[in-house]
Design a protein around this ligand. Structure first.
Ligand code: HEM
Length: 487
C-alpha cells in the first residue's frame, strides 16, 4: 500500500510541477488530492495565508484540495491587481455552497451581463432609496432612537449587544429594500435577522470549507443542511413579502428596491422583452444578497467599535469629549463628520484593525495574465488578502494595535490612507460602502453620546478579548457590555 501511495504522490506532484513550469506563482508543495489542506488552519485560514506570504512572496499558489488558488498579499500587489487590472481580476468565483444557493443569480455571486445589470440597478436604487437622499440619513437617525431605547432598558446591566444591533442595522436594509421597518420583537423579522446571521456564521465554518474542496464526499455535512434549511425559510418569507408588495404596488410611488424591480420587470414585459435579467430569481437573490452583505458586516463592525471603546476607556474619553465639545446634546448629522476628526479616526481604525473580511470574497481571472512576472491562467480563483493590506507593516506604524492616530496628521486633522481598503477595491468593490459608512458614523456617534460602555462587572478591561470568532466575517467572541446612560 505504501508503494502505491508513493507512486500516486510522485505522479501527481510531478503533474503539479509541470503546471508550475513557465512562471506560475510559487507555493508550498501540494499533496495529491489534499493539496495544502494539512497546512491550513481551517479556523483561521487567512492566518496560514499570511504566514505563507512571508515565505513565498506577494503572489503565491495554494491548493485547497485540488482547487488551485492564487493569493495576493500586501498593499502594492492587491491594489495593482484589483485596480490597475480590474477587468482581469474582477470576476467572482463561487464557492460550492454559494453556487447551490444562488444558482448564479443576484449580485454577489454572479458574473457577466446579469451581474452588471443587477449591480447597476442595486446601486441606482440604493442611491434613490438609501444613501443618496436625506431620507436615508433620517431613517438611520430614527433607527438610532429605537436602538437607544433598547439599550436603556438594560439599565446599566451587562448584556450582549448582538441582537439589538443586528435588528437596528437590518431595519435600514428593510427600509431600503421593502420600504418599511419592523419592530424588534416581530417574529417574522427576528427569524429573517437571526437566519441571515446564522448562515453567515456557518458559511465560514471548517466543514463548509472542506465541502467546497470535496463537494461530493462531504455533501452530508450538518452545516450544509442547516444552511439550505435556513435559506429555504428565508426565500419563502421573502416571496410572501414580495407578493404583498405586488398587491399594494403603485408604480408612480415606489416604496423601495422591490417595488422598483417589479415596475421595471412589468415595463420590460409590456414592451415584449422576454429575455431580460429582471426576473423573479434575480429579484429574490439580489434582495437576499443585500441582506446578507449589508447587515452582518455593518453590525459586526459596530460591535467591534463598542468593544474597543470598553477596552480602551481613554480613547472613549476622547471621543466623548469631542462629541460634547462639537455637538453637545443635539442629534449628530452626517455633515458633522468633518468636524469630528478623532471620532472619524476611531471608526476607521476599528475597521482597519478588525479587518472583518480578511480574504475579501473569492475573485476569478477573466483571461490569462502575466502579473508581476507570474503566469496566471484564465478562470483561476484569486484571494485578495485584504487583511495583509489593512495590517501591512510598510503602510501602518502599529499594524496590530488599536491606534486611531493612523488616521490623524500632526495637527490632529483626519487623513485618508490609501491602504484603508476594508471594502476592497476595483470592479467588485463593496456596493454598499457609502451606506455602511453613513450607518457606522451615525450609530456609533449617537450611541457614544448617550452611553458610556464598560466591561461587565468583575471583568477588567485587559480581560476583554479581541480574538475573533470563526465565520464568514470576523466578529468578536460572545461578550457582554454595560451601557451606562450619560444623558
Ligand atoms: C461586497 C465589505 C457593507 C453590499 C463586499 C466585499 C467586501 C465588503 C470586502 C467584497 C469585495 C470584493 O469581492 O473584492 C463590506 C464591509 C461592510 C459592508 C466591511 C460594512 C462595514 C455592505 C452593505 C451593503 C453591502 C451595507 C448593502 C447595502 C455588498 C455587495 C457586495 C459586497 C452587494 C458584492 C459586490 C459585487 O460582487 O459586485 N463588501 N461591506 N455591503 N458588499 Fe459590502
Amino acid at each position: 500500500a505504501f508503494t502505491v501511495l508513493l507512486l500516486i504522490y510522485l505522479i501527481s506532484s510531478s503533474s503539479f510541477s509541470t503546471q508550475k513550469k513557465g512562471k506560475e506563482p510559487p507555493g508550498p508543495r501540494p499533496l495529491p488530492l489534499l493539496g495544502n489542506l494539512l497546512q491550513l488552519d481551517l479556523k483561521k485560514p487567512y492566518n496560514t495565508l499570511l504566514e505563507l506570504s512571508k515565505k513565498y512572496g506577494s503572489v503565491f499558489t495554494v491548493y485547497l484540495g485540488t482547487k488551485k488558488v492564487v493569493v495576493l498579499s500586501g498593499y502594492k500587489t492587491v491594489k495593482e491587481a484589483l485596480v490597475d487590472y480590474d477587468d482581469v481580476f474582477g470576476d467572482r468565483n463561487q464557492p460550492q455552497i454559494m453556487r447551490e444557493l444562488s444558482q448564479g443569480h443576484g449580485v454577489v455571486w454572479s458574473n457577466g451581463d446579469s451581474w452588471k445589470e443587477m449591480r447597476r440597478f442595486a446601486l441606482t436604487n440604493l442611491r434613490d432609496f438609501g444613501m443618496g437622499k436625506r431620507a436615508c440619513e433620517d431613517k438611520i437617525i430614527e433607527e438610532c432612537q429605537y436602538l437607544i431605547e433598547v439599550f436603556k432598558k438594560f439599565q446599566g446591566e451587562a448584556f450582549d449587544t448582538t441582537q439589538p444591533v443586528n435588528c437596528a442595522v437590518s431595519n435600514i436594509i428593510c427600509s431600503i429594500v421593502y420600504g418599511s421597518r419592523f419592530e424588534y420583537n416581530d417574529p417574522e423579522f427576528t427569524s429573517l435577522v437571526d437566519g441571515t446571521s446564522r448562515m453567515i456564521r456557518l458559511g465560514g465554518s471548517p466543514s463548509i470549507q472542506i465541502f467546497d474542496m470535496f463537494p461530493s464526499l462531504f455533501k452530508w455535512t450538518a452545516d450544509r443542511s442547516e444552511i439550505h434549511k435556513i435559506s429555504s425559510a428565508n426565500k419563502k418569507q421573502n416571496r410572501a413579502i414580495f407578493s404583498h408588495l405586488k398587491e399594494t404596488l403603485t408604480p408612480q410611488m415606489c416604496r423601495g428596491f422591490v417595488d422598483a424591480f417589479l415596475v421595471r420587470k412589468q415595463n420590460l414585459e409590456e414592451s415584449g422583452i422576454t429575455n431580460s435579467h429582471f426576473h423573479d430569481d434575480n429579484l429574490l437573490m439580489t434582495v437576499m444578497n443585500l441582506f446578507a452583505a449589508g447587515t452582518e458586516t455593518t453590525s459586526t463592525t459596530l460591535r467591534w467599535a463598542l468593544l474597543l471603546m470598553a477596552k480602551y476607556p481613554k480613547i472613549q474619553d476622547e471621543v466623548q469629549e469631542e462629541l460634547s465639545r462639537v455637538i453637545g446634546d443635539r442629534q449628530v448629522q452626517v455633515a458633522d463628520r468633518k468636524n469630528l476628526p478623532f471620532t472619524d479616526a476611531v471608526i476607521h481604525e476599528t475597521q482597519r484593525l478588525s479587518s472583518i473580511i480578511p480574504t475579501a470574497l473569492p475573485h476569478k481571472t477573466t483571461r490569462d495574465i502575466t502579473f508581476q512576472g507570474h503566469f496566471i491562467k484564465k478562470g483561476t480563483t484569486v484571494f485578495p488578502l485584504l487583511t495583509s493590506v489593512l495590517h501591512d507593516p510598510n503602510k501602518w506604524e502599529r499594524p496590530h494595535s488599536f491606534y486611531p492616530a493612523h488616521f490623524l496628521d500632526k495637527e490632529k486633522k483626519f487623513v485618508k490612507r490609501d491602504a484603508f481598503i476594508p471594502f476592497s477595491a476595483g470592479r467588485r468593490v463593496c456596493l454598499g460602502e457609502s451606506l455602511a459608512r453613513m450607518e457606522l458614523f451615525l450609530f456609533f456617534t449617537t450611541l457614544l453620546q448617550h452611553f458610556r460602555f464598560t466591561p461587565a462587572p468583575g471583568v477588567s478591561e485587559d480581560e476583554l478579548d479581541l480574538t475573533s470568532a470563526v465565520g464568514f466575517t470576523l466578529s468578536p467572541l460572545p461578550h457582554k457590555l454595560r451601557a451606562i446612560s450619560r444623558m
